[in-house]
Every structure is written in structure tokens, then in C-alpha cells.
Design a protein around this ligand. Structure first.
Ligand code: F3S
Length: 393
């Protein structure tokens, strides 16, 4: 890979040990993927923030960067942590876990990352734009920004996104290049499954695509999702496979700008049989201890929609969202309305990266295929997978 004189200095340690370590990661990655150069990025988003998923190794890695005085050089957001940073005691999170989790988030704050603790950073005030190059690592957010915003990011891991945040650079390969953004598989869907305003069928469709066609750039026909439905679709795809980008003819921005990007000869069909196969695979129980909405983290629009719902009184219900949006919900009076219905707005974390089994939950109800995919293995809980209406009533 060809480096500029400035980049050579970074690699030689002339800009500090933290920057050197970051450059070593990026140069190694660029060599593996045959990138010819590094390109500047507009923002980074880093996953692996929860102590539940990254453990001591993740904590030591970021602490070492702090000791080496590394700082981010582009706007940087971080994924959910393992607990609500303000209400962890109320949630029942063990104290030793909480202490380490606070240390982890503080270390990210010290290197200059915004402690956003959300997997939907594209819902925050500072958003990426069409054509931006990014280094993001959260599969659901990656699919959303590539497909719905038209920005460009590879499926980064936590360490490579962090290295890019520090240097402001990423290797030029994969989804940064036009040729890898061409649609490669047409997905014809039975549109009768998508006739209402629900997110659930989109989550199931996304999961089915990722499971059966994990390496493709799908071109999905006959749907026109709302933002919350795009969010559910991308999260499903990113969970069951390595899908990073999809197009919808006349709907998603690159398909609108360049209809040829949707041209492909391969095609598959998604109908009732395919839909039911996913429910059958992921659904394990019918009477969960806890109902968790907000995978990916809820938008204000989604919160406003559930406000008039009747909730099961005896059930504990969490709605996971970013602190920034929770503060907006507070000022609109939405939080108090939901709390009166026994619904807890949980910030900074989610049902997959919080230590649920250590908090004595044995089963959860979710409307997200991504949560249903990860919660049994990461959290050792059984899952009910169903649309919101079925879970809460
Ligand atoms: Fe977000 Fe947790 Fe789902 S990080 S995408 S709410 S598994």
C-alpha cells in the first residue's frame, strides 16, 4: 500500500505510540485486502464497548491507548455499553461489572469519542451524508448508512474502527469502491407480507437474506420501507450474514442516482414459507420474563407510535434507546407517559449486551431477529420472537 510522507511518519511513531499502533492495524488490514492507499474518513463508530462482549481484553486495549495519549481525529461515536450508565443499580447490574463498564466508557471519552452508547448513531443530530467515507463497526448501522444514506463503509471490527478514528483514515477497498456496490441478487418479495406499517416483516426478510445469501448486495423489489423499517431490515441482514449494503429500485439513494446499480441476473423469491422458516428457527418460548423493544435502538418516531398502546400490566418492559433521544423524549413528556404504563426507557445498553443472565432473567420477548439471533448465545436466555403488538398485549 502506498503511504504519503505524513502517513509514513505516523507509522514510524513520530506522532506518538497510540497513532503508531493505529497505523499498524490499518496497514495490516490494507495489505490483507490489497488496498492501494488510505483514504480520509468523515466519522467513525466503534463497537465492542460492553464489558459483556469485549471483556478485560477490550478494556486493556483502550486503556493502553489512553496511556499512550491517543486521541480521535474525526467525530467518533460508540456502541451500547453493558448497562444504563445512570440507572445500573436500579437495573440490577452487578457492582463489579458496573465499575469496569464505567472505566471502559470513561477511557473512550478520554480519547475524544462521544459517549453516545447507541447502535443507531445515524439517528443523532450529527449524521453522515451521501458519499461520505466512514469507518463504522456495528453491523446494523453499517447496512443502514451504506444503503439508506448512501455513505460508504466496510464492515469494520471494533479495533479497526478505533484505529481509523485515531488516524482519520481507512484502507481503500471493499465498499469504498464503486465496483463492489453493484447489486448482485434480485430478491422478489411477496408484498402482501409487508402491507402494514410494521417493522417485524422487514426484520424477518433481512434475516432470511443474510442467512441464505450472506455475501450478496441484494436488490429488493416491491417494497418501500419507512426509516424504522429500513432499520429493522438492515439489522436482520447484518446479524445472520455479512451483508453490508442493499438497494431498492427507485427508493434507496444510489438506486435513484444510478438505476444500473440494480441490474443483476440472479434472483430469488421471498414469501410466506421463507418468512415462517425464520420464525420457526428463532422463536423458542411464549411467556418471557422481560419484553425488550429497541433493537436497533428506538427512534423518537417509534416511541411516539407505541405511546397509545395498551401494555400487559404484569410484564416488565424495556425500550432501549440512546440517551440523546431519551432526553428529547423527556422534554416531549413521552417518558413520563410510558413510565405510567410501567415501561422503562433504558439508555446506553440493550437486551443483548447487558448481562441479563447475571440479572436473573431466563427469557425475553423481542420483535427483532437480530436480538433473537444473539441473545440465546450471548446471554443464555430463551427468546420469544413476535411483532410488538403480540408481545405487549
Ligand atoms: Fe443494537 Fe443491541 Fe440490537 S447493540 S442492534 S440493540 S443487539
Amino acid at each position: 500500500m502506498k503511504l504519503t510522507a505524513e502517513q509514513e511518519k505516523m507509522l514510524a511513531g513520530k506522532k506518538g505510540k497510540g497513532t503508531q499502533k493505529a497505523m499498524e492495524i490499518l496497514v495490516g488490514l490494507g495489505d490483507i485486502y490489497d488496498a492501494d492507499s488510505l483514504i480520509p474518513i468523515q466519522s467513525a463508530h466503534i463497537s465492542g464497548i460492553s464489558m459483556k462482549t469485549s471483556g478485560e481484553a477490550g478494556l486493556n486495549f483502550i486503556k493502553e491507548l489512553v496511556e499512550n495519549k491517543a486521541k480521535v481525529s474525526v467525530p467518533t461515536t460508540i456502541n451500547p455499553a453493558g448497562m444504563d450508565l445512570q440507572k445500573w443499580e436500579e437495573m440490577g447490574v452487578p457492582k463489579d461489572f458496573a465499575e469496569k463498564q464505567k472505566e471502559m466508557v470513561e477511557a473512550y471519552r478520554q480519547i475524544g469519542a462521544e459517549p453516545t452508547c447507541t447502535c443507531s448513531p445515524y439517528l443523532l443530530d450529527q449524521k453522515p451524508s451521501y458519499g461520505d467515507h466512514l469507518a463504522w463497526s456495528e453491523s446494523s448501522a453499517i447496512v443502514y448508512v451504506n444503503s439508506v444514506v448512501g455513505a460508504r463503509t466496510n464492515r469494520e471490527g471494533g479495533p479497526s474502527a478505533l484505529a481509523s478514528a485515531i488516524t482519520g483514515l481507512t484502507p481503500k477497498y471493499g465498499y469504498h469502491l464503486d465496483e463492489n456496490r453493484q447489486g448482485s441478487l434480485r430478491v422478489n418479495v411477496d408484498s402482501s407480507l409487508f402491507e402494514n406499517e410494521k417493522t417485524f416483516p422487514y426484520s424477518v426478510l433481512g434475516y432470511w437474506i443474510g442467512q441464505n445469501h450472506p455475501e450478496e448486495v441484494p436488490v429488493i423489489e416491491s417494497v418501500n420501507p419507512s426509516p424504522k423499517q429500513h432499520k429493522a431490515l438492515g439489522a436482520g441482514m447484518g446479524a445472520s450474514g455479512a451483508v453490508t449494503l442493499y438497494h431498492i429500485p427507485k427508493v434507496t439513494p444510489e438506486a435513484k442516482n444510478n438505476p444500473k446499480i440494480c441490474e443483476t441476473e440472479k434472483e430469488v423469491n421471498f414469501g410466506k414459507k421463507e418468512f415462517e422458516s425464520i420464525i420457526e428457527k428463532l422463536n423458542q418460548t411464549s411467556n418471557p420474563d422481560l419484553i425488550c423493544l429497541g433493537c436497533p435502538h428506538f427512534s423518537l418516531e417509534e416511541l411516539e407510535e407505541i405511546i397509545s398502546s395498551e401494555f400487559k400490566e404484569e410484564k416488565e418492559i424495556w425500550v432501549c434507546l440512546s440517551r440523546e433521544l431519551k432526553e428529547k423524549a423527556d422534554s416531549k413528556g413521552l417518558t413520563s407517559q410510558l413510565e405510567r404504563k410501567n415501561v422503562k426507557l433504558v439508555c446506553d445498553t440493550c437486551m443483548v449486551v447487558a448481562p441479563l443472565s447475571e440479572m436473573d432473567y431466563e427469557s425475553i420477548g423481542v420483535n427483532s431477529t437480530k436480538a433473537a439471533h444473539y441473545a440465546p448465545s450471548l446471554n443464555e436466555v430463551e427468546v420469544q420472537l413476535a411483532p410488538i403488538d403480540k408481545l405487549i398485549k
